[in-house]
Design a protein around this ligand. Structure first.
Ligand SMILES: [Zn+2]
Length: 542
């Protein structure tokens, strides 16, 4: 704000005309007082003004400046600033330009305005469909966003994008950050209207099992989110178990023994000294003794996370307590449950506990010990096929092992092995890209088997061929390709049709087994073919 009202002007030849036009009637050499309003805009006479910015804060800062500079500074934006407030005025000018569409992306300070950052980010996402590559393709926008202490994701959410749409293509490590992971998990919960399964999380976020493990595994994640699903890991006693291992063990106890079992019991009677450490299962034996059962951590492979260190500490402290009080302890580790069929787990549990407590050896329905939240068969199939280039074939088992070890473990648990899974669901496995095997080759090898063992071998026998003959080495791959040629039974029947003259008493037994459906996987067409072979054989003999 200009505070100078009047100024004295030296009249010269150059300005005489200008002031006489304003009726000052002056001559060369005069010194006249004039209203500052009449002062020539280009004059270098010094005037005083108050800083408008300081004024707003109730401070009077008088700043002298040449009148020509005063006018120039007000060209773009009519406000006065002291030296100190220069940046505030600069911002006002920029803002004025921006509001009036005078600021272009080429301007150095274009990204000063959040609306421009939002606008350009929206352009980027609409073009690329993702924010993954922002850093690569729009380095300037990316660094401007970071400079303003924002993140591309937070801005994208602000624009109104569904986080799932743009995050699905983020690098998996993006989700190593718990806060980010939590954010998308909450979105997923909204999307599914329940807690998503592991399969759904890995699929939706395009991450691997290992990224879920990094946060302590699916159940740990649920606990962190305070998310308890009805029925999820709640056993038939209504107890909420902490892990699938606990759930399996609990269900097994519930259905196989009448022993009184307490959950989450303090290891020490003196927690003030020893700390509040609980045992998962305590069995109250008839002789008044107690049997303590501990399932140690479900995510010990996860060496990077803090969880691991906490876990290790806890493990050691608890072990010391068990020793101190000489509790009779049974320790179970993930290996006890992993890579075993659910049926085998039940047998192993019986073997472990049968000499310690009174328990039945009643195999409970597998469905009862598969935790509710684990994937169902269709989900397993979908997930396996998601790793296959072609939906007609399952990818190689070693691929599943590598990209989704947990999935393979689940398959082994349910079906015994990958081959049986393939057989059960009726989708053959893709085989290695060598051209070694074809139907003739397989039949040729059946011939070798037949002459060596005097019979055809079933699947387990082929798998378990242990002697080191050349035959077995070559045979190692056969089991993986037979499904491609109609399956083992089909091929064996084909062999027998082609070799009626070699049929012996073992083969007759085999054919009768097929006819009477005494082996797994027999279909009606097999029965018919076997019947025909027997008839041809009998006719030939006759
Ligand atoms: Zn100021």
């Amino acid at each position: 704000m200009l505070i100078t009202k009047e100024v004295e002007v030296n009249i010269t030849n150059r300005n005489k005309g200008y002031y006489n036009e304003l009726n000052y009637n002056c001559n060369n050499g005069d010194i006249i007082k004039i209203d500052v309003k009449d002062l020539f805009k280009g004059s270098t006479i010094v005037v005083e003004c108050l800083c408008d910015y300081c004024l707003k804060e109730g401070i009077n800062t008088i700043t002298p400046k040449k009148f020509n500079e005063y006018n120039k500074e007000r060209e773009n934006f009519a406000s006065d600033s002291c030296y100190k407030c220069g940046h505030k005025k600069e911002y006002d000018i920029l803002k004025y330009k921006n509001d009036n569409g005078l600021l272009s992306i080429a301007d150095r300070r274009y990204f000063t305005f959040k609306e421009n950052r939002l606008k350009e980010l929206k352009n980027h996402i609409d073009t690329f469909g993702t924010i993954t590559n922002l850093r690569k393709f729009n380095k300037r926008l990316y660094s401007e966003i970071l400079r303003n202490k924002e993140t591309p994701t937070s801005l994208a959410i602000e624009i109104g994008y569904n986080i799932m749409d743009i995050c699905s293509k983020l690098t998996p490590h993006y989700f190593d950050d718990w806060d980010k992971f939590e954010l998308v998990l909450r979105e997923l919960i909204k999307k599914f209207n329940r807690f998503p399964t592991q399969a759904e999380i890995t699929k939706e976020l395009c991450i691997g099992q290992q990224h879920i493990n990094r946060h302590g595994g699916i159940y740990e994640i649920k606990r962190k989110l305070n998310h308890i699903d009805t029925g999820d890991l709640i056993d038939d006693n209504g107890y909420y178990n902490n892990s699938s291992y606990e759930y399996i063990l609990s269900q097994w106890f519930i259905h196989n023994t009448n022993v009184d079992i307490r959950r989450n019991v303090l290891i020490s009677d003196n927690p003030v000294i020893d700390g509040n450490y609980n045992c998962d299962f305590v069995l109250l034996l008839p002789d008044n003794n107690k049997l303590w059962v501990e399932i140690w951590g479900g995510y010990r492979n996860n060496q990077k996370s803090n969880t691991f260190h906490n876990y290790n500490n806890t493990h050691d402290i608890k072990m010391n307590l068990y020793n101190k009080y000489q509790h009779k302890l049974i320790s179970l580790y993930p290996e006890f449950f992993d890579n075993k069929k659910y049926d085998s787990i039940q047998i192993a549990l019986y073997e472990l506990f049968s000499d310690k407590i009174e328990c039945k050896h009643k195999s409970i329905d597998v469905e009862k010990i598969i935790p509710y939240s684990l994937v169902n068969e269709q989900e397993i199939i979908n997930q396996v096929l998601s790793y296959s280039k072609n939906d007609s074939y399952l990818p190689l088992g070693k691929i599943i092992n590598k990209v989704n070890n947990r999935l393979m473990k689940e398959i082994v648990k349910r079906y015994g092995n990958y081959g049986e899974f393939s057989e059960k669901i009726g989708i053959p496995m893709e085989f290695k890209k060598n051209k070694f095997w074809n139907e003739d080759k397989i039949l040729e090898y059946f011939n070798l088997i037949h002459s060596k063992y005097n019979k055809l071998l079933n699947r387990p026998e082929i798998i378990n061929l242990k002697d080191n003959c050349n035959l077995c080495k070559d045979l190692s791959g056969i089991i993986y390709v037979i499904n491609r040629y109609g399956g083992l039974i089909n091929l064996q029947l084909k062999y027998l049709i082609n070799n009626i003259n070699k049929i012996n008493s073992n083969d007759i037994i085999y054919l009768n087994k097929v006819i009477n459906k005494k082996t797994k996987g027999i279909k009606q067409e097999h029965q018919i073919i076997a019947q025909e072979i027997l008839e041809i054989y009998n006719t030939n003999i006759a």
